[in-house]
Each structure stands twice: as structure tokens, then as C-alpha cells.
Design a protein around this ligand. Sequence first.
Ligand code: UFG
Length: 332
Amino acid sequence: MKILVTGGAGYIGSHMVARLGELGHEVVVYDNLSSGHEWAVLSGRLVVGDLADRPLLKTVLSAGNFDAVMHFAAFIVVDESVREPLKYYRNNFANALNLVEACHEAGVKKFIFSSTAAVYGMPESGQVTENSPFAAINPYGESKAMVEKMLKDFSSAVSDFNYVSLRYFNVAGADEQVRIGQARRDATHLITVSLRTALGKRQELNIFGTDYDTDDGTCIRDYIHIQDLIEAHVRALDHLADGGDSRVFNCGYGHGYSVKEVVAKVKKVTGVDFPVVETDRRAGDPPVLIADSSRLRSELGWEPKHDDLGFIIKTAWKWEKKYQKSLGDNAE
Ligand code: UFG
């Protein structure tokens, strides 16, 4: 197939592009390099462009004769979205609208969308199915939910347009060959921040809240290895290529680890007993967020291969050391 991948130079998108290349697909990456890197594009051709640039988007899509579009490009920092909501609605929603319009004009009928568990907000039960209600509590989650609503309405109106929306839980880890990985200096995610603390790039790790109603008082999340997430996309693409209809899937393993468990595992894997400080809760953190991923397993035949926190952290650790070395002594 010929596939346009937006955000294909970023963390998750670049792993997708590498896998599509291995599978023999022809890839064009569309990325403005705002947080991605040219070196991370391991397959296909890179078009440096912005999704706000409608003429360019239209030209690329119309000339490309694409079988499918995979849309990864987005802003992802939750607290930034609270401070700068319009930036999130502009990039995550309005630019997705530009993309879907351009797909419509170019006759692209298959679309895969990177959604998020943040659409569920603070679910009461902790474990969520795809039928749990949209209840985002920040502009990031809301902007993604808006795109899902748009895709649902558009696919109802245009019967041969089909999409798969994948709601990611906590994606972590890196390529086993250590070619690519999380490469943002301003990373906020627990595993990356812990590894950078183990490397001495940060002085200490803050644990945001120890008074949650969980066994050890810290938040529980469903950490999924990036390669398993990528295989979910491969299944989704096969589903659409086989003429499948529009679907929504949770992407997680169905069980979780607390912040303290993750930190203990990072210390074990790295062999570094880095400083940890227990601080106040971070605004907007649900106590427990776990995927019910039975739909992904039963309908798309997805079977995770790396449901192992130690493996996730080991791959992230190998990558982090390489990445930090590439940046030089003081950089993060
Ligand atoms: N945490 C810390 N210290 C840190 C960083 C994180 O204690 O330095 C805690 C958080 O408070 C949270 C857990 O570790 O309890 C995980 O936090 P992350 O920032 O790694 O991830 P989130 O669960 O907040 O966010 C993830 C995705 C978002 C998505 C969200 C859905 O990264 O894109 O899940 O709720 F929106």
C-alpha cells in the first residue's frame, strides 16, 4: 500500500514508519519537525510541512494516490493544553479537519487516527471499555475526542470512508534495535523522566501524589510497549484494507503498575538508586487508568508480545543512553 504518515518523524510515528517499511509499504512522511527529527525517518520520503498549510497538504495528497493516511501528528502535553488551549484545538482539531478534508478531496478512503485514553477523563471504575463515555478533563483529551466525533460523523456521511481510532494508554519503550525512541528534551512521561534522573540529567524524580486510593497510594497506569502499539496499527490497516468498517479500539494490556512500582523497576533495570521526592498531586491525574483491550484482541486478533514492564524499561534505557550521548554532556 502507499501510505501517508503525519507525524512520522516523532516518537510513535517513526516506529510506525520503520515497521511499514519492513512490511514493504511505500511511505511518505508529512511532518513539520516541531518535535520530530529527520534522522528518525527510517523509511520512505519526508515532506517537511505543516498540517495548517492546506495548499501543500492538498498537493501532497492529490499527487500521491495514497491508499491510506495514518495521522500521528499532534501536541501531547496535558498541562500545556490547559495553559494554551487554543494551540491544542488549532493543531489537534483544526489541522485534523484540514487533513480529513484533503483526504476527501484526494479520494483517500482509509484513515487511522492516534487517539488517547485522555478522552475518558477520570473514569470511576479505573478500567475502561470503548463504550465508556467521553469525559475529557483537559483540552488535550477534548481535542482528540473532537476529532473522533468528526471522523464518526464524516464516515457516516461518506459511506466508503472508513477509519480506525486507536486510544493509546501509556506508551513507552523503544525500538529493539535502538535506532529510534523518545527524543524530546522536554519529556514529561514517567519512564523517560525516571531514566533521565538515573543518568543524572535531572536531580530528582518527583512522585506526584502518594495519597490516592490505591494499594501504595500512587497512580496506576497501563504501560504498553511501543512495538505492541505499532502492531495494533498494522492490524487496523489490514482491517481497513480488507474492507472493514470504522472501529474504535483501546490500546493497552488490561493491567497496570503504580508510579512506585515503575520507579522501583527503573532503579532495578538501571542499577541506579536515584533520588525520589514525594510531592503533591499533579492536577488532572486519574487515580487508575487501565484499558479493557478485549475488543482489540477479539476483533483484530491482536496479541501483545512485550507485556513486561522490565522489557519496556530495558528498551527505553538502551535508547535513552544512546540519545543522551548523542546530545553531549549537559543536554537533556
Ligand atoms: N508521574 C510522576 N512523576 C513524573 C511524571 C509522572 O509521579 O515526573 C506520574 C503521574 O502523576 C501519573 C503517572 O506518573 O500518575 C504517569 O504519568 P505520565 O505523565 O507518564 O503519563 P499520563 O498517564 O499522565 O499520560 C498518558 C499519556 C497522555 C494521555 C494520558 C491519558 O502520556 O498523552 O496518558 O490519561 F493523555
